[in-house]
Write a protein of this length. Structure first.
Lengths: 463, 242
């Protein structure tokens, strides 16, 4: 027994319980801070106890959903999974999550961890946990006021990856040229995944696709197919750098409305096999494929992966459905231009005609700069007939963005901040009707609080 | 009537939503029945004198700013300088603004040469100046935006600032100036993007372009209710967060 670690875990769990009793939310930052004050090596010590090791999941978009899918698959395979479910993905949150799932003697109650790490926290998390597998999803432009420019994040990731222990495997989305370049030196222990499918290719790169220039020589990539932002099958005409061969690929993708998606998996040494996931949108194909590839790298059999994906439920605010006053609300978190583009693509390609409420906040966790709304392509929404309501602290900015996207002002209304915006929106829906709510991160938290006060949905940290 | 909007380095210098400025210029032309064409001019693509009516130049990552600075050392930069001298309206934000001064001096390495249109220069700073900004401009009234820069721009004796910061850092965090004005060119650090929430700036650029191409033209007023609502909410955020 390590008395210091034991004390650190005790302090963490006690403070987490206290915060919850006081009704101060999920409470992971303070317990995590206290844990590392008592024992700065707590995260490292706890993660080293796990016999099947740690998987660290990182990327701008899809971390929470992918980590959740992978954890569900691992549970199907009989593992006891330690997981930072509440989306607490900074070092403190991760520390608190593991401490929460440890005994007061400082023993972790589990044999494998699936940890999602924030982009900025990723280098530290990797250093402290010496992961068995690093799962890299994508790098998009996001919250420039917080993370800095994409190049800055990519450089920090590159250094962290080069310092990985030799035993660590890297599972990487090869459709992202930045990630393929960053992991180029790790070719021996890299498992590359991507889409082997032409049907979902975009006509042109979206405006927000800003990693479309070769990191090695500065030449613009040419794309055989671009699937999502700058993700695709690319090649640099300057130096010949191109998408590496795919080890695990998705093909024959089927997106069925907002209900489910399916695709065929090809992996080394296996007959192609099909998976079905109760989520929608091409971005969730990427998330599911990432989980499949990581599970494959961990040696999980296809039938267990398939069962895990089928059992996956939407994470907090990710295509989450709630019922309120006889209306059905579908909540989809939006964080950055690429995420918003993909939600717009999902809604318009499913021909959704229901009213939409977009909630924009500009607190620290959302990014204080709302300029990003103008990097997203909202023009397709203007082509549909659906009425759009905006709200949140910066709801007026969203309305203005939609006006310049060509949405007629009579289909546009600014509802103000939560919780009033929720009540006003729900009153606009007919009984039995579905409405879609697209909140930024802190707006999602406020929305969830408003729903909880109205007797709907449980608090997220109990998920 | 028809105007051609030239988006300088739109493919590479396009972060922080600055393309909203291009959308604002184009839409505010279209809503008035003025045809607006947007062309992107990238590295290595020549600028034909007299072809474009309004220039827009946004910010980019360091690498892209270096490529643009190099691209303008020659006839292309000379053409752009002449256009500005002859009264072509131009809006440059952040990285583009910096390259319209004499130079940008990074922490390490040689200074990046600028066009020297503005009597101004920029030194790399150690602190990043981030936040909502409110500027008082004699010419344009209250302007609101979001700044995010570590470069510190200093104005020479002949330079006229766009305005004075009421809230925020401005050009350099010291002298309360923000942006620079010269003929019909405007350079500043205001992201947001600046034109949709400050439509008087957009209309100034459109008016100047029309005047140059078609002579005296009266600009039809537009309903800017939503613009004003968004402007005030941004000002309120600036007041609350500083």
């Amino acid at each position: 027994m390590d008395p210091r670690l034991s004390l650190a875990v005790g302090v963490s769990r006690l403070s987490a319980t206290a915060l919850r009793r006081l009704g101060w939310g999920g409470g992971t930052a303070l317990p995590g801070l206290l844990t590392s004050l008592v024992d700065p090596a707590a995260l490292s010590k706890l993660s080293r106890q796990l016999p099947a090791g740690c998987v660290v999941v990182a990327g701008t978009n899809g971390k929470t959903t992918t980590a959740r899918m992978l954890a569900t698959i691992l549970e199907q395979a009989g593992h006891r999974v330690v997981h930072n479910r509440a989306g607490s993905n900074l070092v403190r949150g991760i520390t608190a999550a593991i401490a929460e799932q440890s005994s007061l003697l400082g023993r972790v109650r589990g044999d494998i961890a699936v940890l999602e790490a924030d982009e900025a926290a990723f280098p530290v998390v990797v250093r402290q946990t010496s992961p068995r597998i690093v799962l890299l999803l994508n790098l998009f432009r996001d919250q420039l006021d917080r993370y800095g420019e994409l190049d800055t994040v990519a450089r920090a990731w590159g250094e962290a990856l080069n310092a990985l222990p030799t035993a660590s495997g890297v599972v990487v989305n090869a459709d992202d040229p930045t990630l393929a370049a960053l992991t180029g030196e790790l070719a021996g222990r890299r498992l590359a995944f991507g889409l082997a499918e032409q049907r979902f290719a975009l006509d042109r790169l979206p405006h927000a696709a800003d990693a479309s220039v070769c990191r090695r020589c500065g030449t613009a990539f040419t794309y055989r197919a671009a699937f999502l932002s700058h993700l695709g099958d690319y090649r640099c005409p300057g130096c010949g750098f191109e998408r590496p061969p795919l080890d695990v690929a998705a093909r024959a993708i089927a997106l069925e409305g907002l209900e489910r998606l399916s695709f065929e998996v090809t992996a080394p040494g296996q007959q192609p096999w099909r998976v079905e996931v109760p989520l929608s949108g091409l971005y969730n194909v990427y998330n599911a494929l990432a989980a499949v590839a990581a599970a494959h790298a961990l040696g999980i059999a296809p039938e267990l992966i398939r069962a895990g994906l089928a059992a996956t439920r939407a994470a907090f605010g990710r295509l989450e459905r709630v019922c309120y006053r006889d209306r059905s609300l579908v909540i989809v978190l939006i964080k950055n231009p690429t995420g918003l583009n993909e939600v717009v693509r999902m809604l318009t390609s499913a021909r959704v005609e229901a009213p939409l409420l977009i909630l924009i906040n500009d607190l620290d966790a959302d990014g204080r700069d709302v300029s990003w709304l103008w990097d997203a392509d909202l023009e397709p929404l203007a082509q549909t007939g659906l009425p759009i309501f905006t709200g949140g602290i910066r709801g007026a900015d969203m309305a203005l963005r939609l006006k310049y996207a060509g949405l007629p002002e009579e289909r546009l209304r600014v509802l103000g901040d939560l919780p009033g915006a929720l009540d006003a929106f729900v009153s606009e829906l007919a009984p039995g009707q579905t409405g879609y709510i697209l909140p930024t991160y802190t707006a999602l938290l406020a929305l969830r609080r408003a729903l909880a006060e109205r007797g709907v949905a449980s608090a997220f940290w109990r998920q | 009537m028809e105007l051609t909007i030239c988006w300088l380095y739109g493919r590479t210098m396009n972060i922080y939503g600055d393309r909203g400025n291009v959308l604002a210029l184009a839409q505010r032309c279209r809503w008035r029945g003025i045809e607006a064409r947007v062309i992107e001019l990238g590295v290595g693509e020549p600028l034909e004198p007299g072809r474009c009516d309004i220039f827009f130049w946004g910010g980019g990552q360091d690498r892209e700013q270096v490529a643009a600075a190099r691209d303008l050392q020659g006839p292309k930069g000379e053409t752009l300088r002449c256009e500005i001298e002859e009264g072509a309206p131009l809006l440059a934000i952040c990285g583009g603004y910096q390259l319209l001064g004499y130079y940008y001096r990074p922490h390490r390495g040689e200074p990046l040469p600028g066009l020297g249109v503005f009597d101004a220069w920029t030194e790399a700073g150690s602190r990043r100046m981030i936040g909502n900004v409110v500027v008082e401009s004699e010419e344009f009234g209250e302007l609101v935006g979001f700044e995010n820069h570590s470069g510190r721009t200093f104005l020479g004796p002949r330079a006229r600032p766009l305005g004075r910061v009421r809230i925020g850092w401005g050009n350099n965090g010291e002298d309360k100036t923000e942006g620079c004005r010269y003929r019909n060119a405007i350079g500043c650090y205001l992201h947001g993007p600046v034109l949709p929430k400050n439509p008087q700036l957009a209309d100034f650029l459109i008016q100047a372009a029309l005047q140059r191409r078609y002579g005296e033209v009266a600009l039809t007023p537009l309903d800017d209710t939503l613009e004003r609502v968004a402007h005030s909410s941004a000002v309120r955020r600036a007041q609350a967060s500083r």
